[in-house]
Design a protein. Structure first.
Length: 248
């Protein structure tokens, strides 16, 4: 419930069409709470319209809800439900809504559609994190789309789609980048040989490790380590400066 006793008619409509609290209720409370807030707004609109909501007002009401939910997810939660938004626009033509109950029912349908999309996205995030965790823990093993999807009990095609949507890269590209990132870390540490690092990172041979590493980094592992060691060595200028300080 919201109060607007001293507001003008246009200000009252702005308050009615503002769906931010409805969006927050769906995420932080429940679908039922969000639907109740939307129903209250419909009743306020009917009262403002003296009991009869026009097709135009019904269209604005539902569009405000639909686009309000889309923007809330997009900008507050960084989640995009474009398909859900377009589908809701197409499925709820205002000229079929003849009563407040019809508008409330249509609005509840919109809320349910976004709730379903949100639950699905949450599930995808969970599956993605489980896959990433498994890859990190088994980075030295042979990792395939089939083996990882089997380990976390989802289908290979679903895992492939989730990786592409979330990372903008394929499953194989992600695994490769994780292996190379670990290779860089181990080269920095400096305690393992190239052959040992290759094995730790899950490459079949040291030569293949070197080939992939150079393609990704621009240097071979040997060149990369040499550059690191060169950076760690003091220059002649710094040695001379240290000597001069000692002389003083």
């Amino acid at each position: 419930m919201f109060a607007y006793t001293n507001a003008s008619s246009s200000e009252k409509l702005e308050l009615i069409y503002d769906m931010h609290s409805v969006c927050e209720a769906m995420i932080h409370d429940s679908l039922e709470a969000a639907a109740a807030l939307f129903a209250e707004r419909v009743r306020q609109l009917a009262a403002l319209s003296r009991g009869s909501v026009s097709n135009e007002d019904a269209a604005v009401m539902l569009s405000s809800l639909n686009r309000g939910l889309y923007c809330f997810f997009r900008f507050c939660l960084q989640m995009s439900f474009t398909e859900c938004c377009h589908s809701n626009e197409a499925e709820n033509p205002a000229n079929t809504l003849v009563s407040s109950d019809d508008i409330i029912a249509a609005g509840t349908h919109v809320l349910k559609a976004y709730r379903k999309a949100y639950a699905s996205a949450q599930s995808e995030c969970d599956h993605l994190e489980r896959a990433r965790s498994y890859i990190r823990e088994h980075i030295s093993d042979k990792l395939t789309l089939a083996s990882v999807s089997s380990a976390i009990n989802i289908s290979p095609s679903y895992l492939s789609r989730v990786f592409s949507a979330a990372n903008g890269q394929t499953f194989c590209e992600y695994v490769r980048d994780e292996r190379i990132a670990l290779g860089c870390k181990l080269l920095h540490a400096g305690s393992l040989s190239i052959d040992e690092i290759s094995e730790h990172c899950g490459f079949s041979t040291p030569n293949y490790f070197s080939t992939v590493f150079k393609k990704c980094i621009g240097q071979s592992p040997v060149e990369y380590r040499a550059a690191l060691n060169a950076d760690k060595k003091p220059s002649m200028a710094s040695l001379k400066n240290d000597q001069d300080s000692d002389d003083r």
